[in-house]
Ligand binder design. Sequence first.
Ligand code: R5P
Length: 305
Amino acid sequence: MSSKEAGRIIFGLPGNEEFALRVAKEGGWEFGTLETRRFPDGESYVRLQSDVSHKEVALVCTLSRPDSQFLTLIFTADAARNLGAASVTLVAPYLSYMRQDRRFNAGEAITSRTFATQISSTFDRLITVDPHLHRYPNLSAIYTCDAIVLHAAPLIGEWLATEVPHPLVIGPDEESEQWVAVVAAKAKAPHVVLRKTRYGDRRVELVVPDLSRWRDRKPVLVDDIASSGRTLIEASKLIQEQGLARPVCAVVHPLFAGESFAELKEATDFIASTDAVPHVSNRISLVRLVAGALRGDAQPEAIRG
Ligand code: R5P
């Protein structure tokens, strides 16, 4: 361990303790003790029970429930800085508020920008996995802190290569081509991409090309996010209508709102996800990838300007 690494300490925010502990073990770093609770009126209490002075602090907090997590996270980061941390990094395997990236209707808040401003003014560095970059070319378009973007596709491809014989990798929309192509290459499988139009939070329409030549293959739907589950459920229905088998689903960020996980299970053969968000479907671990980024294996995006 280098002298620099000897000064690193990892904390897990509520719900992230297990992932944070595994990252700390992977890197051989100190795992910090953090006490959090709510006062009777609902306000957040935060106490760092481990010494952080002159240390590189990493707070692990996947932002799958950002509204209830945010203040505790900001308070912890600010306390670490006040207590003398050399730097404060946010490890958010899932980065929230990336989808409201423009004003779709008059008067709407562009929350991706506001959220980025808050995070950038609190942390020195952000490490995340496959943020939903649709209309922004990269995170540096809105984040002014160092941003390290990791990709789960190679790990999903490796998982697929060992777990699913003779697959056909399917992306549910054109955006998914970027990671579907990598997954397919790793798994040495063909891939196709559907076309999607979204009409509302829970209403999507998909156009599926002719898949008849792939009927002997096991379809594997790969998406970055499963939220309402409608995208994957609709894709599953349409590919089965073309005579393909019930698909496997591989998801980077298993958000699974409401009953969507049960509904998707009903509509598909098997669901695997990464541990970017803790979920019963987690099969693919990002711990080594994240530990590598903390160690300095991945370079930050160029800072804007
Ligand atoms: C959207 O473009 C994303 O890549 C996902 O397809 C989308 O977020 C999935 O959302 P839902 O599960 O609500 O259909």
